[in-house]
Design a binder for this molecule. Structure first.
Ligand code: GSY
Length: 176
């Protein structure tokens, strides 16, 4: 049924509340959406805040999904999951209970009214690139640029492995 679907990558981050549980819930809710299947999940990383640095560390991860949704409906689903987990539209760059960003959508390069693909800052962010490269298809058009960006960025500071993730097995046994 999802045969003609597109592979997309969602970056997830949280730095308020029970950060790991919020990430897990967000992944489960993505997978529970009609027209979305979570195929792979990166490990979870604890990461130093980028941008506004006077805030708690984040937990970040990336999910590879297969979806029949177009990019903007997919963005709407991400916003719906953020709201369902208590996110309010808050200070730009500030702390958040949960954040879901559409990083890549197939091989598309697009400036849509509400969305730019690839995500405009993803190649500058270790907290995106390190988990992304765990789940990114070798033949994705962004694979080479992502690997090059990771090599160019200074060291791997500020990104620490927090939890190994085994999707979907261990999610089936967690609460909720
Ligand atoms: O863009 C996502 C929100 N965000 C993050 C994040 O997810 N991780 C880290 N380490 N820093 C961040 N700064 C912002 S804004």
């Amino acid at each position: 049924m999802m045969g003609s679907a597109t592979i997309a990558y969602i970056g997830l981050g949280a730095n308020l509340g029970d950060k790991e549980e919020q990430l897990r819930q967000a992944v489960k809710r993505l997978h529970g959406e009609t027209g979305i299947r979570v195929e792979r999940c990166s490990n979870i990383y604890e990461t130093d805040p980028v941008g506004f640095t006077d805030q708690p560390p984040f937990l970040n991860m990336v999910a590879r999904i297969r979806t029949i949704l177009k990019p903007e409906p997919l963005l709407d689903v991400c916003a719906k999951i953020e709201r369902s987990l208590g996110r309010v539209r808050d200070v730009r760059w500030g702390p958040r209970t949960i954040d879901l960003d559409v990083l890549l959508y197939g091989d598309e390069v697009a400036e849509l009214p509400r969305l730019t693909i690839p995500h405009p800052r993803m190649f500058e962010r270790l907290f995106v690139l390190i988990p992304l490269l765990e789940v990114l298809d070798e033949d994705a058009s962004a694979a080479v640029s992502s690997r090059e960006a990771l090599e160019t960025l200074d060291g791997k500071e500020g990104v620490r492995l927090w939890r190994k993730i085994n999707w979907p097995e261990e999610f089936e046994h967690s609460a909720n």
